[in-house]
Design a protein. Structure first.
Length: 521
C-alpha cells in the first residue's frame, strides 16, 4: 500500500513538473516551431518568419505571407540585422534584406493560459538597429508574452518614388517598414494563442522611432483593432508635416517623399526602379551614406494626414497610452564641440520670428550654455512636446486615458558619455527594461529600484489598460494643470508637467508652423 501511494505521489509530482514546463514547442500558421529555455521558466523563440523575404521583385512592396516549411523549425538564433550602414560591431555579414522575423519570450505553460501580450518595436531613427536581444525577459517573467518585431529600415523601408506609387494598387509608396509592423501585428492576432498569449490584450511599446511608430499605428486605420494599448518611450509623430526630418529639406507628404526618392535615384546614378532593384541591399545602404535618412510620409493610406490634425478630429485608434520622456534626452545628440556663435545662428535659422524668444527660453551665450540649450531644445522639440501633444489631444478628443511619465533617475550609466550630461539621456530608459539595472542591484541600487517600479506599472498596464496596482503610488491620467506626471527618480512621485515654460514655447512655435504649413497645402 505504501509503495502504491509513493508511486502515485511520484506520478503526481512528475505531472506537476511537466505542467510547469514552458511552451518550448508549438505551431504557427506556417509550420511547427521549437524554442529554447531561458532559465527554467521561460521559452524563447528567436527568429520566426512572419512575412516572405522582401527581396527581388518584393523589394519596395507591401509584405507578403511567409512560406510554410516541413518539420520543426528550431528558433534558437536571432535573425539578421536589416541592411544599414556598417560601423564597428555591425558588419555586412550580420545583415540581410531577408529580415522580417520576430522573437517571442513566453512564460506560458499552456496554449490556454491567455496571458497579456506586449509587442516591442525598436528604435533607430527608422534607419538602423535590430530587434535581437530585445525580448525583455524580466518583463516576461512578470506574466506577459513578449513579442519583438523586425522591420525594414532606411531606403529599403521608407523610400517613396513615383514609379513605386504607380505600381501600387493603392496608389502609394514609402512606409514599407510601417506596413511590416502592421503585418506583424496581424500575425500576432492569428498566432499568439499558440504561445499562451491573448490576442485581445495586445499592448504595443517602443522607444524613439519605435515610439513614433506606436503613435503612427495609433493614427493608422490599417492598425485598427490590432492592439488595445500603447506605451511610448521618447517619441510621437505630432510635429507639423513640413517639419518632419526628411533629408534634403523636403516635406513629409507623399509628393515630397517621392521627390526625395527621385533625388536618391539620381544620387545612385540609376535610371529607374528596375535598376535600383538590381542593386544589392548593402550597395543601397552605402549609397545612403552622405545622402540623408528616410522617414515615414503622409501617403494617404498608412498615414492619412498630419497626425496632429487626425487627433484634433478624433480620427485615430483610441486606446489607453503611457507616454514617457527622459530628463536629458538631447545629451545623446548634442555636438560636444558646439560653440555659442554657431548655436545662435542655428536658432535664428530654425525659429525665424520666434528666435528671440527661443534664445530666452534656451539661452546659449557661452559655449557651455549652448551645449545645454541645444540639448534641451532637442529634448523638447523631438520628444517632450510630441509626448505632451499626444496626451493633451487624446484627453481632449478621446475616451481612453493618457498617462504621462518623466524618467529623471540620476545614474553614472548612460549612452551619452559627455560629463556635462545633467540627467537621463535618450535611450537610457532601455536599461530599465532589459535587466541592465535589475541584474546588478548592488552596483545600481537606486536604478534597480526604479526599474522594478517601471516594470510593475508597465505590466499592470498590459494586463488591465491601467498602470495602477497594489504597492505602487496612484497614477492619475494626465492633466497639464495638475501634478499628474509620474516622475521616476529615487522611486516614483507625481509632479507638474516638467519644463512647462519650454513646452509652452514649442507649442506656440509649432502652432505658427502649422499655420504656415496649411498655407502651403
Amino acid at each position: 500500500m505504501k509503495k502504491t501511494l509513493f508511486l502515485v505521489a511520484l506520478a503526481l509530482l512528475s505531472l506537476t513538473a511537466s505542467a510547469q514546463q514552458p511552451l518550448l514547442k508549438t505551431h504557427v500558421e506556417t509550420g511547427d516551431v521549437q524554442g529554447i529555455l531561458d532559465g527554467t521558466d521561460l521559452a524563447v523563440f528567436k527568429a520566426i518568419p512572419y512575412a516572405a523575404p522582401p527581396v527581388g521583385d518584393l523589394r519596395w512592396r507591401a509584405p507578403q505571407p511567409a512560406q510554410p516549411w516541413e518539420g520543426v523549425r528550431l528558433c534558437d538564433t536571432f535573425g539578421p540585422w536589416p541592411p544599414q550602414p556598417t560601423r564597428p560591431g555591425r558588419t555586412a555579414d550580420m545583415m540581410s534584406e531577408d529580415c522580417l522575423y520576430l522573437g517571442i519570450a513566453t512564460p506560458a505553460t499552456s496554449a490556454t493560459d491567455r496571458l497579456p501580450v506586449m509587442v516591442w518595436i525598436h528604435g533607430g531613427g527608422f534607419q538602423t538597429e535590430w530587434y535581437g536581444g530585445d525580448l525583455w525577459t524580466t518583463l516576461a517573467r512578470r506574466g506577459v508574452v513578449i513579442v519583438s518585431v523586425e522591420y525594414r529600415t532606411g531606403a529599403l523601408g521608407f523610400m517613396a518614388h513615383p514609379e513605386l506609387t504607380k505600381e501600387s494598387p493603392d496608389g502609394h509608396s514609402g512606409n514599407y517598414g510601417l506596413l511590416d509592423q502592421i503585418f506583424a501585428l496581424q500575425w500576432v492576432q492569428r498566432n499568439i494563442t499558440n504561445f499562451g498569449g491573448d490576442p485581445t490584450k495586445v499592448t504595443i511599446f517602443g522607444e524613439s522611432a519605435g515610439a513614433i511608430s506606436c503613435s503612427m499605428l495609433c493614427g493608422s486605420p490599417l492598425a485598427k483593432g490590432l492592439f488595445r494599448a500603447a506605451i511610448s518611450h521618447s517619441g510621437g509623430s505630432f510635429a507639423p508635416w513640413s517639419d518632419q526630418p526628411r533629408s534634403l529639406g523636403l516635406d513629409a507628404s507623399q509628393k515630397g517623399a517621392e521627390q526625395q526618392g527621385l533625388a536618391f535615384q539620381k544620387h545612385l546614378n540609376k535610371k529607374n526602379i528596375k535598376q535600383m532593384r538590381k542593386m544589392s541591399a548593402m550597395e543601397l545602404c552605402d549609397g545612403n551614406v552622405g545622402f540623408g535618412g528616410f522617414w515615414p510620409c503622409v501617403d494617404g493610406y498608412v498615414i492619412c494626414d498630419d497626425q496632429y490634425r487626425l487627433y484634433e478630429k478624433g480620427e485615430y485608434n483610441d486606446v489607453p497610452v503611457i507616454v514617457m520622456t527622459n530628463s536629458d534626452e538631447g545629451a545623446l545628440f548634442t555636438p560636444g564641440n558646439i560653440k555659442a556663435e554657431d548655436y545662435q545662428k542655428s536658432v535664428e535659422k530654425i525659429f525665424g520670428p520666434f528666435a528671440d524668444e527661443a534664445k530666452r527660453v534656451y539661452p546659449g551665450n557661452t559655449d557651455d550654455e549652448a551645449y545645454h540649450a541645444y540639448g534641451d531644445a532637442f529634448r523638447d522639440m523631438g520628444f517632450a512636446w510630441p509626448s505632451f501633444a499626444w496626451a493633451s489631444l487624446q484627453n481632449k478628443t478621446g475616451h481612453s486615458p493618457a498617462y504621462s511619465a518623466f524618467l529623471a533617475q540620476p545614474s553614472k550609466r548612460s549612452f551619452a558619455n559627455d560629463p556635462r550630461r545633467r540627467g537621463v539621456a535618450h535611450a537610457d530608459d532601455i536599461m530599465y527594461l532589459n535587466g541592465e539595472f535589475l541584474n546588478k542591484p548592488t552596483e545600481f541600487p537606486n536604478e534597480a529600484a526604479v526599474a522594478e517600479i517601471i516594470q510593475q506599472y508597465w505590466v499592470n498596464f498590459a494586463k488591465t489598460g491601467n498602470p495602477n496596482g497594489k504597492g505602487l503610488p496612484y497614477w492619475p491620467k494626465f492633466d497639464k494643470d495638475q501634478p499628474t506626471t509620474m516622475q521616476f527618480s529615487y522611486g516614483a512621485s507625481l509632479i507638474m508637467l516638467p519644463n512647462r515654460e519650454q513646452i509652452d514655447f514649442v507649442d506656440r512655435y509649432y502652432q505658427w508652423k502649422r499655420q504656415e504649413t496649411e498655407g502651403m497645402r
